[in-house]
Design a protein around this ligand. Sequence first.
Ligand code: CP
Ligand code: NVA
Length: 305
Amino acid sequence: MNLAGRDLLKLSDLSPAELSALLAQAAELKRDPYRADLRGRVLGLLFQKASTRTRVSFTVAMAQCGGSTLDLVPAAMQISRGEPLSDTARVLSRYLDAIAIRTYDQRELELFAEYAEIPVINALTDQFHPCQVLADLLTIQENFGQLAGLTLAYCGDGNNVAHSLLLGCALSGIHIRVATPPGYEPDAAVVAEAQALAQGSQVLVVRDPYEAVAGAQVVYTDVWASMGQEDQAAARKAHFLPYQVNAELMKHADPEAIVLHCLPAHREEEITAEVLEGSQSRVWDQAENRLHVQKALLIQLLGAG
Ligand code: CP
Ligand code: NVA
């Protein structure tokens, strides 16, 4: 695996072998979390949207490796007064060792990466959430000892998390079935990319949540209205209610199935409290795994591995 100096803008920036090596290193770091590989290194955090897990897990990952993070609050920077992103990227590259960016449009992230001379990490855009899915894959691997050949059912909105799951599952040989209401399907270009990446595993977009979940080992959901879509929340509820992950839906999954949610969750909307807090839920392990996968990613991108 040689990821030194590279960006992670979406999961297909990694080859299947690189992804699997990264997960193996993350599992190792979970057992032995304190390493001094990143002494003196500084990761910038440029977040245009709220965050609990991503921000804190990146900060702790750097601290546990002897490095640090710098919160680049957009409102306090000259970008808020119109300084071009391309200039900001070139300047910040002269100070920082890497930068994690959470923003709206994936194209903004790509523009930043084009001008930056340091690794750029996607900390969530409207299109993708690759760091989340690295943690999801580690959680699945911990529970089943493997990835290839399993089936993951995603019920809900064809959003950033769904897009990254499509790519992550395709790269790992997991069959994926995404069930969404009409009009909320994942982007056709992302589905096509996942289908092209998949080596024999299925990539399916269906309408019926029961069809998606039938016999699946992993059942996954996310909020119905993502950050930036708050004004659509009420209208979306009616469309999405049949896609709720609840005890009835779970009866159709593999009896050993686990339930994942990237969090934050809205109980009684996309998932019932009963399922979220139930014995099949692995959401707290999943959230913890953000720390371990992102630490492995930082060590690799910064060439310290
Ligand atoms: N799952 C996730 O990315 O959480 P935050 O928005 O809290 O970072
Ligand atoms: N789809 C959600 C994920 C939050 C981690 C959002 O973008 O708000």
